[in-house]
Design a protein around this ligand. Structure first.
Ligand SMILES: Nc1ncnc2c1ncn2[C@@H]1O[C@H](COP(=O)(O)OP(=O)(O)OP(=O)(O)O)[C@@H](O)[C@H]1O
Ligand SMILES: [Mg+2]
Length: 317
């Protein structure tokens, strides 16, 4: 399909996707690439970026052993923009930004570097940028996740993975609230208390927290917090599904997030386990060569076009 924009026509910021989820090995990198392929095949100029700060390995899913350019070349000012760091792939319309090999530098990313990368991502000349995030819910990972227009949380149908996905969403909520409260010690204390599951003050849910802020502090603060929570709208994708009912494994998270965290999550659907994908990854065969008739690939395409058509992107600050 024809690329949608030429260099001169494009004067808009890219739509940024973040693919995260607390647990390791659940398919964040595989889904990042499949989402990016689906976007590129729809005619979008797309960049997939390894934002796994501390465990960069996205290039191996493209069959690259040691990439010629990485994010570090941008951080070390060898390259001026992230477009300069992009490398082509076998998929038309899809470029990749490989992660830094100097793992510790990125894992301990300084605040200024994080802002520099986030700003540079929003200036990439593309229609879509897909960020593959690392495991865990460290502040850097959460900040990358929260900066995105589309926030994808990957999980698998196993109970522990569902718990991890919920914990990731909860951490994202409290990261947002803590950031808002960082300059107000009284608010900060309330947020800290609410995060502590053993707290004796009965601040068990975000609703109670906002009620307390309104009652004991400034109702305007509570309104600002509620406004920020509206911008957290994760789409949950259940990867490595084995049977149809697995596709609804995220429903429990929808219910609990609404009740306890005051946020709406949406069920993005499921992606089946495909042994051929696993074999390609093991053999370091580029995932751009994945069989387009694979059930998993078709599911990802359907999820992407559904999100693009029916769900408005989150408006960033
Ligand atoms: N839908 C799928 N079908 C078959 N295998 C899959 C699927 N999704 C992921 N895998 C396999 O699961 C393993 C982990 O996938 P991946 O590396 O994408 O996970 P991750 O969440 O990015 O892990 P990490 O947290 O370590 O970065 C890989 O071996 C990959 O081949
Ligand atoms: Mg990964």
């Amino acid at each position: 399909m024809q690329q949608r924009h030429t260099e001169n026509e494009r004067n808009h910021a890219p739509q940024i996707w973040a693919v995260g989820g607390g647990k390791g090995g659940i398919g964040k990198s595989v889904l990042s690439i499949l989402i990016a392929i689906a976007l590129a095949e729809e005619g979008n100029d797309t960049v997939v970026i390894d934002a796994d700060l501390g465990g960069a390995n996205l290039h191996t899913f493209m069959g690259m052993r040691s990439p010629g350019r990485t994010l570090n070349d941008f951080l070390n000012r060898k390259c001026e923009t992230l477009d300069d760091v992009c490398m082509g792939t076998e998929q038309k319309g899809l470029r990749i930004i490989c992660g830094a090999s100097e793992v510790l530098t990125l894992a301990n990313l300084q605040y200024a570097q994080k802002i520099k990368i986030l700003q540079a991502i929003s200036r990439i000349k593309a229609d879509h940028v897909v960020m593959d995030l690392g495991a865990g819910a460290g502040f850097n990972t959460l900040d990358f996740f929260l900066s995105a227009d589309r926030q994808i949380v990957v999980m698998t149908p196993q109970p522990v993975a569902i718990q991890n996905a919920y914990a990731f969403v909860r951490n994202a909520v409290f990261r947002t609230l803590s950031r808002l409260a960082s300059r107000r010690p009284a608010l900060g204390e309330l947020v800290q208390t609410a995060m502590d599951p053993t707290n004796g003050m009965q601040v068990k849910t975000v609703n109670t927290l906002l009620d307390q802020v309104a009652e004991n502090g400034d109702p305007a603060d509570a309104a600002v917090m509620a406004g920020h929570l509206k911008r957290i709208r994760p789409t949950l994708i259940t990867n490595m599904a084995r049977e149809p009912r697995d596709k609804n494994a995220s429903q429990i998270i929808q219910v609990v997030s609404q009740k306890h965290l005051m946020i709406q999550t949406e069920n993005g659907g499921g992606v089946y386990y495909d042994p051929k994908i696993n074999a390609m990854v093991s053999a370091m065969e580029p995932l751009t060569r994945v069989d387009r008739d694979s059930h998993a690939v078709k599911s990802v395409s359907a999820i992407v076009s559904h999100l693009e058509k029916d769900k408005p992107r989150i408006l960033r600050n």
